[in-house]
Design a protein around this ligand. Structure first.
Ligand SMILES: [Zn+2]
Length: 343
């Protein structure tokens, strides 16, 4: 029992260390911890079921479903986001049920709710990026002011766990920079594992898919066409198009296929070779985070210091689509796109 109490005390301490503006009273967190099993704030809240409704933000906070009373995102850059409220507060939000395109917080006039300045990649906005990198699920709470098709008619409703799949910045409808997140609902079932097709000995240009199919696995995710990915990797002999490094593993060469324009909604890029790069894991990560952009002349820019670090390596059989590079630049080459991990 002593170890259980120690564990509980540690969790309470950690929760209290994650407080920020508009948080519910610390005593409530303490009560919550004493009442149920040890809960660190992430994932499903013990005793709360998907679909459970709450009359108010206060009620949702007391239940531990979404602790802040005002902020739409509960979380920190260091730990990630515990929960978000989707309530139609931002004009750029899109709710498609099991897929949410969520707009970050900040930049709004308190009184009018209008976007009046750029959003920053700090606090809750940075927390959602951390959740993306760690893969930690985020609780989604929908409010009555949200999309009519998917929101409760009154109060708030806990709608289960979602994964942050992607993030980017763009100029919102009001003309200011907003951060956007693609969240997909985690589903319990496990089926439809993609089949790996037999590969021919010499790479042949595959047709690919203009609209990639979705399969239900442990999470709703886009199944990348293995044929297109393999084709591009083999054209480049598994050599990174940015740095020229070819990784050799015990089972052969290793490289990653990076889609330039994302496959999922709202990007809806095609799964074709012209939209794919062959990259090493490091450059794939930097590219997906928008820390590397590629100009039409194929010069590669490191966004951390705006320096040109080289030119994309190309092979005649693999034409890189300039329209996809332009799309990637538009969504990532924004002001100050560096994650501040210090808070
Ligand atoms: Zn590389």
């Amino acid at each position: 029992m002593a170890t259980d109490e120690q564990a509980r005390a540690k969790v309470v301490e950690s929760l209290l260390g994650r407080f920020f503006d508009g948080e519910m009273r610390p005593e409530l967190v303490r009560d919550l911890q004493l009442a149920g099993p040890v809960f660190d704030g992430f994932g499903a809240v013990p005793g709360i079921t998907v679909g459970q409704e709450f009359d108010s933000r206060e009620a949702a906070a007391e239940a531990g479903v979404h602790r802040p009373l005002q902020a739409g995102i509960c979380g920190t850059a260091a730990h990630g986001a515990e929960s978000i409220v989707v309530s139609g507060g931002y004009e750029d939000d899109e709710d498609h049920g099991d897929l949410i395109i969520y707009t970050g917080q900040g930049g709004r006039d308190e009184r009018t709710g209008q976007q009046v300045r750029d959003q920053e990649l700090t606090r809750g906005n940075a927390a959602l990026v951390t959740s993306m990198t760690t893969g930690t699920p985020v609780r989604v709470i929908r409010g009555w002011e949200g999309d009519a098709a998917h929101s409760p008619t009154r109060g708030y409703r806990y709608d289960g766990l979602f994964r942050v799949e992607d993030h980017w910045s763009e100029i919102g409808r009001s003309g200011y920079l907003v951060w956007r997140y693609r969240l997909t609902q985690l589903v319990e079932t496990s089926q439809g594992q993609p089949q790996h097709p037999q590969l021919p000995t010499t790479p042949k240009h595959p047709q690919g898919r203009e609209t990639p199919v979705r399969a239900t696995t442990t999470t709703q995710r886009i199944v990348r066409s293995t044929a297109v990915a393999e084709y591009v990797k083999r054209i480049h002999d598994y050599t990174c198009q940015v740095c020229g490094i070819r990784l050799t593993t015990s089972i052969g060469a290793y490289a990653e296929a990076a889609h330039i324009r994302g496959l999922g909604r709202p990007h809806a890029g095609p799964d074709v070779a012209a939209n794919v790069l062959c990259l090493c894991p490091n450059h794939h990560t930097l590219f997906d985070f928008g820390m590397l952009i590629i100009n039409d002349d194929l010069t590669v820019v490191d966004c951390a210091d705006r320096s040109v670090i080289g030119r994309l390596r190309v092979r005649g059989a693999h034409e890189v689509g300039r329209q996809y590079l332009a799309y990637h630049r538009a969504h990532h080459d924004q002001r100050g796109a560096v994650l501040d991990n210090s808070q």
